[in-house]
Design a protein around this ligand. Structure first.
Ligand code: ZN
Length: 244
């Protein structure tokens, strides 16, 4: 599958080559206006365009340069054979000069573009590696502890503090919570289960509730989620234990 820009460059190259061949083989009287530009300048510009498009078409620069000059030579020979046009070394020189300029400049630019694209890809890869290292060093439970620490700074109690003061039972269903209801995945990430304890607020903090003892309760993660009408935690953990 050829990329669209490459296909576009190749199409333009073919169009340009046909156009140049066409005007090269016309009788001198039928030539389109050259807008006062000298014949040699026209040659220079035409072959510079060919050189640029050849490199953009994915042809490596020595081949691009060689084939564009060969194309010019072929057309000069054809002109010499036609009778009404003539073979001119000066024209061929202008062709070669134009082709050289177009090919070299475009090749330089393409190299620069490829280089900076490669650097950008490398930078992205480095960033991904850094993030992977970061999450390996700081697995999920610790990140959660960070969240708890942030909440604690605002005055939120941890579930352990609440359990110490109120006992380990869920205030919503009245059965005990299970600190051991957690699994470590192969990736090292820890997943908390439905019966793992959490802090629940009688009046939600978002709704103006406080962190005071009267507003704080211990609950199963599952029960608290159901109460908040959030999707049940069981959907990504194990089914809740049958409370007894
Ligand atoms: Zn419960």
């Amino acid at each position: 599958m050829t990329s669209l820009p490459l296909l576009g460059a190749r199409t333009l190259l073919a169009v340009a080559a046909i156009g140049i061949a066409w005007t090269s083989l016309l009788p001198p009287d039928d030539l389109p206006s050259s807008f006062g530009l000298s014949d040699k300048v026209i040659h220079l510009i035409g072959y510079m365009v060919l050189g640029i498009l050849a490199v953009l078409s994915g042809i490596r620069w020595p081949w691009a340069l060689g084939s564009v000059i060969a194309f010019g030579l072929l057309l000069e020979i054809a002109q010499g054979l036609l009778g009404y046009r003539s073979f001119e070394w000066a024209d061929l020189g202008a062709d070669a000069l134009g082709a050289l300029a177009g090919v070299i400049i475009t090749d330089r630019i393409m190299r620069e573009v490829r280089r900076s694209r490669g650097q950008e890809a490398q930078r992205r890869k480095r960033e991904q590696r850094r993030q992977r290292r970061e999450s390996a060093r700081n697995p999920a439970p610790e990140r959660m502890m960070n969240r708890e620490r942030v909440a604690a700074r605002k005055g939120a109690p941890t579930w352990k503090q609440v359990a110490q003061r109120q006992g380990g039972k869920c205030w919503l269903c009245g059965t005990r919570t299970y600190e051991e209801d957690r699994t470590r995945e192969a990736s090292g990430r820890e997943r908390l289960g439905a019966t793992y304890p959490c802090v629940d607020y009688v009046v939600a903090i978002d709704a103006g509730g406080t962190y005071e003892e009267t507003n704080v309760r211990l609950a199963h993660r599952h029960c608290a989620a159901v109460r908040r009408e959030k999707p049940s935690l069981t959907s990504f953990g194990r089914p809740p234990r049958t409370y007894s």
